[in-house]
Design a protein around this ligand. Sequence first.
Ligand code: FAD
Ligand code: UDP
Length: 370
Amino acid sequence: MNTEFDYLIVGAGLFGAVFAHEAALKGKKVKVIEKRNHIAGNIYTKEVEGIQVHEYGAHIFHTSDKEIWDYVNQFAEFNRYTNSPVANYKGEIYNLPFNMNTFNKLWGVVTPAEAQAKIEEQRSVLNGKIPENLEEQAISLVGTDIYEKLIKSYTEKQWERPCTELPAFIIRRLPVRLTYDNNYFNDTYQGIPIGGYTQIVEKMLAHENIEVETGVDFFANKKDYLASYPKIVFTGMIDEFFDYELGELEYRSLRFDTETLEMENYQGNAVVNYTDSETPYTRIIEHKHFEFGTQAKTIITREHSQTWKKGDEPYYPVNNDRNNHLYKAYKDLAEKQANVIFGGRLGHYRYYDMHQVIAAALQTVRRELG
Ligand code: FAD
Ligand code: UDP
């Protein structure tokens, strides 16, 4: 048994970093291993041409929890960025999330009452049925026109399955408003860390009690690690940890095509969603707009959604009934593994945002160390 460290943390993403930081503050010695060649997991950002590039997709921090907001602000100063993506449907531009600007452009309605009436009229195709899948949920929230133009194809590209086979909660992530407010989130606090996200994780891990090694895969030496560390915090895929013995959970992967362009402003917005079925990517990110950049060049990333297969990066859990059921069986196995704590988006198999990951990590470390 390794007596030098109290914890081995597998994964230098946000969950692992918060846990490591808090444990180190409590005097615990922590070793962090990360299989990628950099820290910060999916929130990793890298400066290119003076622009912070979100290497694993657009990341906007948002929360209504003051404790979490104060917590993250210890590690970075946040700017005033408010996410207001637009949807491009065959060249027509609509504001997101679904709000009076969207309804006005689509139907010419001007007042909330007119918009409400239009939604009511279109929702009647459900005959009062309680929504049981994403399609029914979407029609119930915003009617058939918006479902057809802004939701159906985007969602089917993103998840590669019919909206009738997807859980309703996915679309409930998006606000629907009868006001002219293009803020994608309802949360009290929102912003982008000035200077990028990587510094947050760097500062969390910069403690004399923490040792970090990148380019190291837990599975290359699983047996040894289990035998030689008193406690392990595992933030990788829970089914992989158990060698898929109960079957494979499903994930969605992504491909990011990034390009530097010799122009100042490509699309006029940080995020443009392509909601038609023909465009092969789901969205284009123009990174400089997260920080109101004025550089002469710009960097854009086209995000393609892909079926996950072994060896790919698992970006999204697919939380339908089948997978949630299987996850529950893995969770039962995990509970029997006394010296391993599972955490994060992959360890908990949950569609967590950053603020939820921080909250979950703080809760876990407090349960563990008081
Ligand atoms: P990760 O960041 O995935 O970290 C896990 C780490 O473990 C990884 O670095 C991985 O390489 C490592 N690892 C895995 N297996 C092993 C192994 N066997 N050995 C060693 N290391 C291993 N959240 C928001 O709040 N706002 C947003 O706008 C937002 N946008 C997003 C956009 C996209 C495209 C995606 C995919 C996610 C987005 N999120 C957003 C969610 C956010 O990325 C996550 O909540 C957060 O990064 C999860 O942190 P984590 O530590 O759980 O996981
Ligand atoms: N969505 C959509 N059209 C859009 C944006 C989102 O139909 O223009 C749906 C889609 O099903 C997506 C879900 O809303 O999976 C959640 O969107 P969000 O932007 O929260 O997804 P993420 O940033 O996590 O990929």
